[in-house]
Design a protein around this ligand. Sequence first.
Ligand SMILES: [Zn+2]
Length: 448
Amino acid sequence: MKRSILGRWLITLWLPATAFAIPAPSTQEFILDNGLKLIVHEDHRSAVVHTHLWYRVGSNNEPPGQSGISHAVEHMVFNGSSKLCSGEGDHILQTLGGSDNATTRNDTTLYFQTLAPHALGVSFEILADRMSTAHLSAAQWLGEREVIKNERSESVDNSHVQRGLEMTLRIASPSSAAGNPTIGWKHDLDRLNVEELQHWYRRWYAPNNAILVVTGGIETEHVKALAERYFGGIARREVPVNKIALEVAAPGERKITQYFAHQPAMLHMLFNVPSMSTQTDPRTAPSLELLRELLAGGRSALLNAQLVHNEALLIAVTAEYNAISRSDELFSITSFPDLEKAKSTDAATQRIWAVIDSLKNAPPALEDLERARTQLIAQQVFKRDELEDHARYLGELEIADLSWRTQQARLDVMKSITPEDIQRTAQRFLVRDRLTTSAVLPLERAHE
Ligand SMILES: [Zn+2]
């Protein structure tokens, strides 16, 4: 989870490309001798630079009893290294008008900064120092563990949405660590010790296990020289084999019901599906992305139009699917049923199934598919223009073992998906053997 943003955001200045002779944006990749991969996207329409340092380690790598260790190490590297006192890196970047943050996910730990191009060397010096010399002291861990437990209380235990989702995700991913919370189970946080953190840091924080993505108004050769200067001296180390989190494809239908006091009803339907990296047919992941849009990608999407606006059985509905992942994924439909009208979450589930079945029985109208496709492609093109989003996108592709060079190929497949592809994908993946249904109900209904 993220640390608080300490720096203020710099204002991104956009200049029309025609105003001056601004060179066209370009992306280049370099591998340093120690194995650090450097990807530089040079775009001089921006007056700032974004540095994203991605490590190939996250909660999917964590063994039983050590859930949350990647996130714990993420916190601890801010607490001092050979050149920096605790919190000093944040302070330096803040003084320079920049920002400094980090986040941990299933397959990665990401450190990201935004600052003026002339200060890029400072960013690299801080990130390189944290990569190689973090103190990870026992005294700091005692305090940081409480910070993390407070973060867990605020973001999970006191949020009925996240609390309801936590156990649901565990059941939805029965055969891998992907079902564990990134922040860790509370009982695991209580018994994590600093020696385990130090071991985790030494195992995974190697330059040959990291990708440095830089986007913004910078000269590629200058970035390369700075990377050599600050990261080049860190020795390559052997890192463990990083196994992909795979799931049993169709483990059977699972159900969970949780009761929380004074909370509105919530319904999750999660299907075990592949990602772009684990799919066997290249048309599967783009079809699932389009299915997500067709079902709940806006006011006119099928679930919204039918169950929110026409029948008013649902107060709101969303669908999520992350295609860019190195692991198997979940296709999820989350809704807030109006229990007065729907009577029960089972009845609401049946109506959602009816809408899904309509896509299995007949392909969607070409017009609806084109609208969903236009939305998705527009989102991807927009991401290229927002350079912080673009840095994130390039890094996500790399972490998913897809390479930043696959962007155009991805768009090309998306453009070729037919209504029949959508129908086939719904028939194959949106089925009960892949489904986990989770109902969160007001405690008042526990004995009904
Ligand atoms: Zn955190």
